[in-house]
Design a protein around this ligand. Sequence first.
Ligand SMILES: [Ca+2]
Ligand SMILES: [Ca+2]
Ligand SMILES: [Ca+2]
Length: 213
Amino acid sequence: MRKVFHFFILLVTAVFTTLTIPAVSGSQVLINEFLADPARDWDGDGVTNFRDDEWIEIINGGEAAVDLDGLYLADGDGEIVWRYGFTGSLAPGAVRIVFGSDSRVWEEANGYPIYGLSLNNAGDRLSLYRVSGTDTLLVDSYVYEDMAADDDRSVGRDERHLGTWVIFDAYNPCSERCVPAGAGCIPTPGQTNGCITSTRLESWGSIKRIYID
Ligand SMILES: [Ca+2]
Ligand SMILES: [Ca+2]
Ligand SMILES: [Ca+2]
C-alpha cells in the first residue's frame, strides 16, 4: 500500500512539474533574429538606407510545415500598425527574412503608411501576430534596448537553445556590457543562427552571396 502511495505522489509531482515548465512559446513560428540599425547594404540593392536595410527573420521551430498566411509583423506598443504580412509556407527548421525594403513595398501595395519595419534605434518592441477570422493573436514578441540596436548589431536566438537571445556583434563588438550578451558572431540574415566569428577572410561580397543569394 505504501509503495502505491509513493507511486501516486511521484506521478502527481511529475504531472505538476510538466505543467509548470514554461515553454518558449506556444507557437511553432517565432521571431528568430533582427537588425534595427543598419550601417551597410543588408538587402543588397547597392544602397545603404536606414529604413530599407533593417530586417527581421522568423523561424519555424516546430516539426511540421506552417502556413504563413495571416501572420503579420508589427512594432511598438499601443494601436497595432501592420508592417508586413507573410504568405506561403515555412518548412520545419527553415527561416524567412523580411527586409525594410520588402516591408515598404508591402505597405505601399496594401495602403499603409510607408515606414518600413520601423525598428527604433533607441529601443522598441517587435511583435508577430496571427490573424484568424475575427481573432488577432500575439504569437511572439521581443523588446530590445538601445545597445541592441547600434550599427550592424543583430539580436537573435541561440540556435542551440531557442529560449536564449544573444547579440550578433562581430561588426560592432559590445565593449560595454550588452543585454543580451554579445556573442562575437556575424549576423545571419536568411540563415539559421549559426556563429561565424572570423570576418577577416570574408569580404562583404562573399558574405552577401552566402546569406542573401
Ligand atoms: Ca532603425
Ligand atoms: Ca540596401
Ligand atoms: Ca539568422
